[in-house]
Design a protein around this ligand. Structure first.
Ligand code: FEO
Length: 398
């Protein structure tokens, strides 16, 4: 049975949520599920904006059939060819054979790569338009937000920006599909951050370019492919995106990440956190990198100005889960953070040097003195060094 909502006169939301999927892209945990949005514009011509994930295709097909009400589907705009929006394309072509696909040239090529289909397609580029009757779509390229073929579409009559993956979030929705219908700051901001940082975070330059294009538009509504729809308070999400795209920390805050085998490196991290608190640092959080999934840790690293990495030496290397976090941070182009380092080793400690090497290969990372060396477990000398590091870290968040 259909489950749709008219979000603006003649623009319908046809999305659905999946609460069973464990890992988005088979990588990112989804404790709150995942939502997939798409839309139909009903005008002289009918136009579907994107498809949907396999898991919810049945719901989507019911929704589409209902909204079309027996009319044919004239166009499908494919803004993004990632399969979470496109596995339904063969089924759509079979059900609506007159449908023309509108997409970038790269997306058209990807349709044949993924589905081995030669489709009836109109390839569009920056500034091209599609007239539907009362509505007109203008297409803007948004390469690498999140794949190279991405376009976003601006509907001029209603001021609607169909933003593809941009402004999305992890998490299933519960009928309240507009951001102003939920306590977005309390319940959704962290999953929007984790989504952006992990999915698009590497491509800050490209995201900033899209934000620049968006700033020139008179936007009345933002309709992304995941997460809540925006029809007010655009400043909130645009401000967050401006910070994330430029790798600017949201807060003067300290995140302490530790990788500990038997608890002694964890002890050093906890002592440091206590010292920071005593020095008046209010926003300090400690994370066990073996316990918390790296996608959450990376999101926290984007949020905070100051990061501490405390790692045991393991196989003459950085502790495995800490290594994963550091490489993830580097691969996502994290930059401009102040960093404290703690290493532990019982005979040949190498973790500190190797962590410094990775951080040194990243842009504008400032490593504070001293690097604290723990030999098996914290002693009085080490406590003194931790106090020195705490002083230096506290200075950065005043
Ligand atoms: Fe929601 Fe990049 O796909």
């Amino acid at each position: 049975m259909y489950n749709v909502r008219e979000v603006e006169k003649d623009i319908w939301w046809l999305g659905a949520s999946d609460r069973r999927l464990e890992l988005f892209e088979n990588v990112y945990p989804l404790p709150l599920g995942m939502s997939y949005n798409n839309y139909v514009i009903m005008d002289d011509k009918t136009c579907l904006m994107d498809g949907i994930d396999d898991a919810v295709t049945r719901q989507f097909m019911d929704n589409l059939e209902h909204v079309l009400g027996g009319r044919k589907l004239d166009y499908m705009v494919v803004q993004h060819m990632e399969p979470d929006h496109c596995t339904c394309i063969p089924q759509l072509i079979s059900k609506y054979p007159e449908m023309k696909i509108v997409a970038s040239q790269k997306a058209v090529q990807m349709i044949s790569q993924f589905y081995h289909l030669q489709v009836d397609a109109i390839a569009v580029k920056e500034g091209d338009t599609l007239e539907l009757g009362h509505h007109t779509l203008t297409f803007c390229t948004a390469p690498m937000v999140h794949w190279p073929e991405v376009i976003v579409s601006y509907e001029t009559t209603t001021g609607t920006l169909f933003s593809a993956d941009a402004f999305g979030a992890f998490g299933a929705m519960s009928g309240n599909i507009f951001a102003d219908e939920v306590d977005w700051d309390r319940d959704w901001e962290s999953e929007a951050r984790r989504y952006y940082v992990n999915i698009v975070g590497k491509y800050g330059v490209q995201t900033a370019a899209l934000l620049k294009k968006a700033a020139a538009l008179d936007i009345k509504m933002i309709l992304p492919l995941h997460g809540h729809l925006w029809r007010q308070d655009f400043g909130k999400i645009l401000d967050l995106y401006t910070k994330w795209a430029s790798y600017t920390p949201e807060k003067k805050a300290v995140a302490v990440f530790y990788g500990s085998v038997y608890g002694n490196t964890a002890n050093a991290a906890d002592i440091l956190a206590m010292m920071l608190s005593e020095l008046g640092v209010k926003d300090v959080k400690v994370y066990d990198v073996s316990k918390t999934h790296p996608s959450y840790l990376l999101a926290e690293a984007f949020r905070c100005s100051t990061l501490v990495f405390a790692s045991a030496t393991y196989n003459a290397e950085i502790f495995d889960s800490m290594h994963t976090l550091l490489v993830d941070a580097k691969n996502h182009n994290l930059s401009g953070r102040t960093v404290g380092l703690i290493e532990n080793g019982s005979w040949a400690a190498t973790a500190g040097k190797k962590m410094a090497e990775i951080l040194g290969s990243m842009k504008s990372m400032t490593i504070l003195d001293p690097m604290v060396k723990v030999t098996s477990s914290v002693d009085d000398d080490t406590r003194g060094k931790l106090q020195e590091l705490a002083q230096a870290l506290a200075e950065t968040v005043k």
